[in-house]
Design a protein. Structure first.
Length: 489
């Protein structure tokens, strides 16, 4: 007897005949979708796995197509550097200074006051006449090399999750960083240096720390190596009394490692560990040389400000000079952090809630001269032609000052990032925020779009670069993102 729960008047919802019939057609549909996907005609696109050699996981590999960029430099300003006080000129904000911001205002840290113009004047810069603020005059002088995206948006108004999204694509920690994805896909151009180097600010690490350069669920060999001009790679050199024995046993150790790896061909942790040890051996010779900034001329050191009497300025300048040397040696992805985890209100980074002017007066000169020098130096050496430079922060700031304070609250609804170098239009501005810089309103962009564009410039299809993890084909761009073709040269 058929159950009454399986029927409705005039129609069987489920019986044995219909169940078997639906089962057959359902499996056929799955098979058809798979065949269409393999031909690129279905809704899903088949992954393109990089051909990684276990014995040389960091060997250089081709992309999905010919890319304009060979390497990436990412300068990340921790703490949410205000677009309204740097790159996004808003005459209307100046005219409406002191007026209330119309409409509903969602705030992060307390009530907001009235619209407040920037304490820094904006002036036309370069041959193109792009308006940027007096906070960063030397970077402003480089606007003819820059491609601005003024309509960027983020998913979170909290530093940690937003920092994570900008650097890994996800607000939750535990996902691979941009640099890890790039080194997974392309390997490195350097045989004796890491594929991915993260250079923390001399004042400390950013809010989520090593999660910014983590390999996540990718094989461990693709995680970023963290060191700076002031803090070279730890434990690199063996004790003097062991150095001779280490050289004598290196060949025998390599033989043992190879045999061990053959018995465990699918153990990525093991292959990564062996590759890391072999890289460390090579680093004993290469890292001291690349980190030795005394080899640079006085003219170059002066360009960056590497000998500035201010420790913070000199420390960041040396990090930028180290970044150029790493890129020159073939490191695939170099990430330079400007600003550390907030040590009190705005002391260590760009989180200017209470005293924006005094905080930014301190942070601006630390960033300005060295990054401008880095752009000029890369161009002078012909490296800007195949190096993609990315400047970003985790989100923007409000066009108002907080009530009872002299600074701006968090604002993920609209902010600026800029690109320079390989494959991007210059000078160029893409998208826009509204008349006071509150929300992106023209050609609204997401961090997924930014990541898709960076991968595209490297010759990688963001929809097909994936890694199978826990039953899901994971991507840097998740299931989102579009290449911003309008910014491409």
């Amino acid at each position: 007897m058929r159950s009454p729960f399986l029927t409705v008047p005039g129609r069987h919802l489920l019986d044995r005949r219909h169940f078997l019939g639906n089962l057959g057609s359902g499996l056929g549909g799955i098979a058809l979708l798979h065949l269409l996907a393999e031909q690129g005609r279905g809704s899903a696109r088949t992954p393109l796995r990089p051909a990684i050699r276990p014995e040389a996981p960091l060997a250089a590999r081709p992309g999905h197509f010919a890319g304009k960029a060979k390497r990436v430099l990412h300068v990340f300003c921790s703490g949410a550097c205000s677009h309204l006080d740097t790159w996004d000129y808003k005459p209307e904000l100046i005219e409406r200074h002191g007026q209330a911001l119309p409409g509903e205002v969602i705030t992060f840290q307390g009530a907001n006051g009235n619209l407040t113009k920037s304490p820094y004047a904006f002036r036309p810069r370069g041959k193109c006449g792009k308006y940027t603020s007096d906070l960063l005059p030397q970077l402003g002088a480089c606007v003819d090399e820059m491609c601005f995206i003024h309509s960027m948006t983020a998913k979170s108004n909290t530093h940690g999750p937003a920092e994570s999204q900008m650097n890994t694509g996800f607000t939750l920690e535990g996902f691979p960083s941009m640099g890890a994805w790039v080194s997974y896909a392309l390997g490195t151009l350097a045989n004796d240096l890491p594929a991915f180097v993260a250079i923390p600010d001399p004042r400390g690490i950013p809010q989520i720390g090593p999660a910014n350069w983590s390999n996540g669920f990718l094989p461990a060999v693709f995680q970023g190596t963290s060191f700076s001009a002031a803090s070279p790679i730890a434990n690199l050199r063996p004790p003097r009394q062991l150095a001779l024995a280490e050289r004598d046993g290196a060949d025998f150790l390599r033989l043992l490692n190879d045999e061990h790896l053959k018995r465990s061909p699918g153990d990525t942790e093991l292959s990564a560990r062996i590759a890391a040890y072999e890289l460390a051996a090579r680093l004993q010779l290469s890292a001291p040389a690349v980190s030795d900034l005394t080899r640079e001329t006085k003219v170059t050191r002066d360009l960056y400000g590497a000998d500035d009497p201010d420790r913070a300025r000199a420390g960041f300048a040396r990090n930028c000079l180290l970044a150029r040397r790493l890129l020159e040696k073939g490191v695939r992805f170099v990430q330079v952090f400007n600003g550390a985890y907030a040590m009190g209100e705005g002391v260590g980074n760009w989180d200017g809630h209470q005293r924006l002017k005094s905080d930014y007066d301190r942070h601006g000169p630390i960033l300005d001269r060295p990054v401008a020098a880095l752009l000029k130096d890369l161009k002078a050496r012909g490296m800007l032609d195949d190096t993609l430079v990315v400047w970003s922060t985790e989100f923007g700031r409000m066009p108002t000052f907080q009530r009872g304070a002299q600074g701006r609250d968090h604002n993920p609804k609209g902010f600026t990032v800029w690109l320079a170098g390989a494959g991007v239009k210059k000078p160029f501005s893409y998208g826009a925020t509204d008349e006071v810089g509150h929300k992106a309103v023209e050609k609204v962009s997401t961090i997924y779009d930014l990541h898709a564009t960076i991968l595209h410039l490297l010759g990688l299809d963001h929809e097909r670069l994936s890694f199978y993890h826990n039953g899901i084909e994971r991507r840097l761009t998740d299931v989102h993102g579009h290449v911003l073709h309008d910014v491409l040269a």
